[in-house]
Design a protein around this ligand. Structure first.
Ligand SMILES: NC(=O)c1ccc[n+]([C@@H]2O[C@H](COP(=O)([O-])OP(=O)(O)OC[C@H]3O[C@@H](n4cnc5c(N)ncnc54)[C@H](OP(=O)(O)O)[C@@H]3O)[C@@H](O)[C@H]2O)c1
Length: 230
């Protein structure tokens, strides 16, 4: 099996951190770990020789930052757009900055990262996985306070369908996972005291397996990954 280059965006904590640890446990994987807090990642991944942590901020100049990181790579086999920003506020209290930062990090930043990645994706077959939320999944239970966050995650679902249509004749597959609650700092900050049924590590197990193999069966799909109904 040839060495796989895997890019994980949003790797400094939570599910992204767990994903890097898991994916790097296979020495055939070369993992590029991206987030704003590069020092935190260097400490967290110092025991992993096949992980390269690099600073990356989805807030601005995303395409040029991503191009600067990707040009050095021969190819990208898997790109996991896991970073996310959650704002939990009553609708009328949402500022313009709240709305635009949510959309910048959760939608525009992801789209610009993908723009930079397209020419680097392995022509022999590759997978881009967007991490959305059950809140952005049509027909799911919705929560007050999440109109900025959940609508931006719904836009990420829509982007997945549009990209995969535009690239259907290519070897790049893109899918979107809508996660249910997982125990992370994001969840704890947004909903203090709430106990999720799934740990970050457990959620990462599913995402890692899907990112490595799901492109054989899925393209342009929006998949709920949740124990809750609906
Ligand atoms: N936890 C849940 O219950 C849950 C449920 C549904 C969906 N999700 C989604 O799953 C993903 C991971 O969630 P999580 O709970 O693990 O979140 P988290 O603990 O808050 O981690 C988010 C990651 O995103 C990075 N990030 C945030 N803003 C960034 C920016 N401007 N530029 C680059 N990186 C940025 C953070 O790193 P830095 O701060 O170092 O930049 C961090 O590594 C998110 O997309 C989230 O929306 C989570």
């Amino acid at each position: 099996m040839s060495k796989k280059t895997i890019v994980v965006v949003g790797a400094s904590r939570g599910i992204g951190n767990a994903l890097v640890q898991l994916l790097a446990s296979n020495q055939e994987h070369h993992v590029i770990a991206l987030s704003r807090d590069v020092e935190k990642m260097k400490t967290a991944f110092q025991h992993l020789t096949n992980v390269v942590p690099m600073a990356f901020d989805l807030s601005s100049n995303v395409r040029s930052q991503a191009e600067g990181i990707f040009w050095n790579l021969d190819k990208i086999d898997v790109l996991i757009n896991n970073a996310g920003l959650l704002v939990n506020k009553p609708f009328t209290e949402l500022s313009h900055a709240d709305l635009s930062s949510c959309y910048q990090v959760n939608v525009v930043g992801v789209m610009e990262t993908v723009q930079a990645a397209v020419s680097k994706m392995n022509p022999a077959g590759s997978h881009i996985v967007n991490i959305s939320s059950m809140g952005g999944f049509q027909g799911s239970v919705k929560f007050a306070g999440l109109s900025a966050y959940s609508t931006s995650k719904a836009a990420l679902c829509s982007f997945t369908e549009l990209f995969s249509e535009e690239y259907k004749d290519s070897t790049i597959k893109m899918n979107c996972l809508c996660l249910g609650a997982a125990q992370t700092e994001m969840l704890e900050e947004a909903f203090p005291g709430y106990e999720a049924p799934v740990s970050a590590e457990k959620m990462a197990e599913y995402i890692a397996d899907f990112a490595l193999n799901g492109n054989q069966w899925f393209n342009g799909k929006i998949l709920p990954v949740s124990l809750s109904t609906p």
